[in-house]
Design a protein around this ligand. Structure first.
Ligand code: NAD
Length: 389
């Protein structure tokens, strides 16, 4: 067995009803809280009201920045930072999906450091311990952001999507209350659930994966495959929501320790250039071709996925089961309504060169078991282009 480290300081409060503890949790870290979320909509408004009441009951003064947009931008973070400073916030509470939790993390940095959050990307300066303490309440399953040291931000001017990456932005506490996810609409359920699968699978094939993350990844993939299709069909399925919330948390722990590979590098580039494409949808657009491209380079891991996706492969040799993972992922994407090509989400074919270059900016593709050069990357995107409607 290989040597490995595993470090995960975020306290996880998992289970139905755990939202009721959020006031007490936040009060352990500050008295002036910035609540960060997307604007209210009917399904989520009662949650916002409840959180504000819980904070007030715990004697925490709250200012609400509700200007987060999906795939939050530098401008989003800057607007939130202004509210944090005006309120003299000493703790930040991200409430929502990855966009809200990531925005909370980036605001916690920008409010305490010189310059913009974009100056603190993973290859620039490291955010320091001055970063405000962050509490995360996830309402999607999800990005794993509630347990990761990652905050994804979009630079609209440069059509670039990149990330802050530092232990100082790890949430102190992650509240994972599956009841909050009952209202997530089918498409968002599918996209976020597929992101969970992708986190688990990519950490499973990542060179920094370990016996620890492999264990978590296998469980997360199993939970997603067994539960996501039914929850997409019936969002009120609480048992399914519980399973997916746990899978999301496990996958987040995987990427915190291991990381992601080729599909996430491409997915981030798609998100930067075409912000209307949801993150999990971007992954779904590239997964079938990525699997076909890679399976021969990590046969045992692809075989495990192949057997999970096609139980009839249980007794097949590894090579056969690995190849079957490609058809298996296609069927799975069809079941959850994410069987699409780049053309179907209005990516212009004449921008594929630019997208290929952008897909090679983040180092993720270099952690794939098979490393693409530019021509291969371009070819892969061409294969992802055709309409599947
Ligand atoms: P999101 O946060 O953008 O939310 C998507 C939509 O779901 C929004 O319109 C939101 O209003 C809605 N929604 C959220 N919770 C809901 C609920 N309970 N009921 C009804 N509607 C609800 O989506 P996401 O996929 O969770 O996050 C995507 C972002 O996270 C992207 O920017 C992505 O790059 C980033 N990300 C971050 C990490 C990380 O480790 N930090 C990992 C993966 C992705």
């Amino acid at each position: 067995m290989k040597n490995f480290d595993y470090y995960q300081p975020t306290k996880i409060a998992y289970g139905c009803g755990r939202l009721s503890e959020v006031g007490k949790i936040v009060a352990q870290y500050g008295k002036r809280c910035l609540l960060v979320s997307v604007p209210a909509f009917p399904e989520i408004e009662p949650v916002y009201d409840k959180v504000k009441a819980l904070l007030q009951d715990a004697n925490v003064a709250v200012a609400h920045f509700d200007g987060v947009i999906p795939n939050p931008t530098i401008a989003t973070i800057n607007a939130g930072t202004n509210v944090a400073k005006a309120h003299r916030a000493d703790v930040v509470l991200g409430l929502g999906g990855g966009s809200s939790m990531d925005a909370a993390k980036a605001i916690a940095v920008e409010a305490t450091h010189e310059g913009s959050c974009w100056d603190y990307l993973f290859y620039k300066q490291a955010p320091t311990e001055k970063t405000l303490p962050i509490i995360a309440v996830t309402t999607t399953s999800g990005t794993g952001s509630h347990v990761t040291q990652v905050a994804v931000v979009t630079n609209t001017a440069e059509k670039d999507k990149s990330a802050l990456y530092n232990d100082n932005i790890l949430p102190r506490v992650a509240v994972v209350d599956p009841e909050l996810m009952l209202t997530v609409p089918p498409k968002t359920t599918a996209c976020t659930g597929f992101d969970v699968f992708a986190h688990a699978f990519e950490s499973f094939i990542h060179p920094a994966g370990s016996p620890y993350t492999d264990l978590l990844a296998k469980e997360a993939m199993t939970l997603v495959v067994n539960n996501l299709p039914s929850v997409v069909q019936e969002g009120s399925n609480l048992e399914g929501r519980k399973a997916l919330a746990w899978a999301d948390t496990l996958s987040g722990l995987c990427i915190k320790s291991a990381g992601v590979t080729l599909p996430h590098g491409i997915g981030m580039a798609i998100g930067g250039m075409y912000p209307h494409v949801a993150h999990g949808e971007a992954l779904a657009l590239v997964y079938p071709e990525f699997m076909r491209y890679t399976f021969r380079s990590a046969v045992s891991q692809f075989a495990a996925a192949g057997r999970l996706l096609n139980p009839d492969q249980e007794a097949s040799p590894d090579e056969t089961a690995a190849e079957a993972s490609c058809g298996g992922i296609e069927n799975f994407l069809k079941q959850i309504g994410l069987w699409k090509g780049l053309k179907d989400v209005a990516v212009p074919e004449n921008e594929l060169d630019q997208l290929a270059h952008a897909s090679m900016v983040l180092p993720d593709y270099k952690n794939n078991p098979r490393i693409a050069g530019y021509e291969e990357m371009r070819g892969l995107l061409q294969s992802c282009y055709a309409s599947k409607r």
